[in-house]
Design a protein around this ligand. Sequence first.
Ligand code: ADP
Length: 433
Amino acid sequence: MSSVFLDQLSKRYPSGSTAVDRLSLEIRDQEFLVLVGPSGCGKSTTLRLIAGLEAITDGKILIGDRVVNDVAPKDRDIAMVFQNYALYPHMSVYRNMSFGLTLRFGGGVLARGLRKVFQPRRAAELSAKRAGIDHQVRQAAARLGIEHLLNRKPHQLSGGERQRVALGRAIVRNPAVFLFDEPLSNLDANLRQQMRVELKRLHRQMQTTMVYVTHDQVEALTLGDRVAVMNGGRIQQVGRPLEIYQQPANLFVARFVGNVPMNLRRGAVSLDGQNVLFDDGCLRMRTDLTVSDGADSQANDRIRKRLYMLADSRGKNDATEDAIEFGGEVVVGFRTEDVSIVPAAEGSDYQAIAEVISVDHLGESTLAHLQLQATGDGSLGGKFGQFEHNDRLVLARVMPDQPVAAGDRVGVTVGPQRLTWFDPETGQNLRKE
Ligand code: ADP
């Protein structure tokens, strides 16, 4: 059992590319941490640096309280599981699993026979160790449901079985830290789902620190106690899965995480007492910051201050109900499930009108593609009056029994407590410091 601490870790390849850029991250003891990000963001390199398979350019890695920068991979007390299983094709499953353990005091039948005669005590010791290894291999195999495969060779196994063997080989080593590099990518969707459940169970049983790399954000949210989202060699956000989903730290995370990306709309902002008013020329929203979902009052104060600065950037902030002066711009984000489709009521202040462009029936929910109608009343001085076709699209996820069909004219409202505010220049979530 061990924590892993990455301190200002950098990796530059001789080609000049910076794969990991001053990355700091603490992986807690017994935690299941998932590193997720698009292809090329540096997650595999980070894992390989922890494993010691790549040399560090800058920074420090601690496993437990030991700096391992110069420690050989085999002495780091880690076990790594790869996407391509990396099994020895000529060895049985049993040998593949016991290989790393037997190597240290191996010997064939002849050597064993001679040892029995000339070094009886040593022979007895080794025999006990061998029995211990046998027990470990069989216990790991039982844990993974592969006892019946121990005598087979890798080519006689399915992909899922091979991955179980690779896992088994890691388990028998009883490492302080498990490292997984996209281990489920070669499996079909059903098997992947099943293996995720097994991995979680395994983590619960073994109570060992696990670091898991994937490009699949669904996998990341399903598996991780915490998830670290990476882009361009840097961490964008570390948090619990729900936190990452509901309060992405910046626009990159908002776009990357979620089966369907967050709806993001850029528009003008104003404050009216406790209320924040937003208008992008299609969609108007009004939200009371004091009831903002799940946020503590400090976070709300922070948002208020930042929004105030944005709203004040045109020097007008004494908005009233009937003469709202909008100030600067903000990007507002909301999830598809926070959008409601209601009967269209023309002229209603905080309801947009939209046409349903198409409908995806997903079974457990229905995804409606909506094209908002521009309000075009000039309240924004024309700034947001001109819309490209795509600028008006919003996605809504509704219950499967709600009747929605392409061509419908509908009203659209957004749950006011579920809005996420971003600075349009920096892309940062205004709630975060
Ligand atoms: P990911 O695992 O997120 O897909 P990698 O960590 O494999 O990303 O790669 C990060 C970046 O480093 C990429 O731009 C990749 O091209 C580069 N890179 C990876 N390995 C090497 C290497 N051996 N030599 C040069 N560049 C590399």
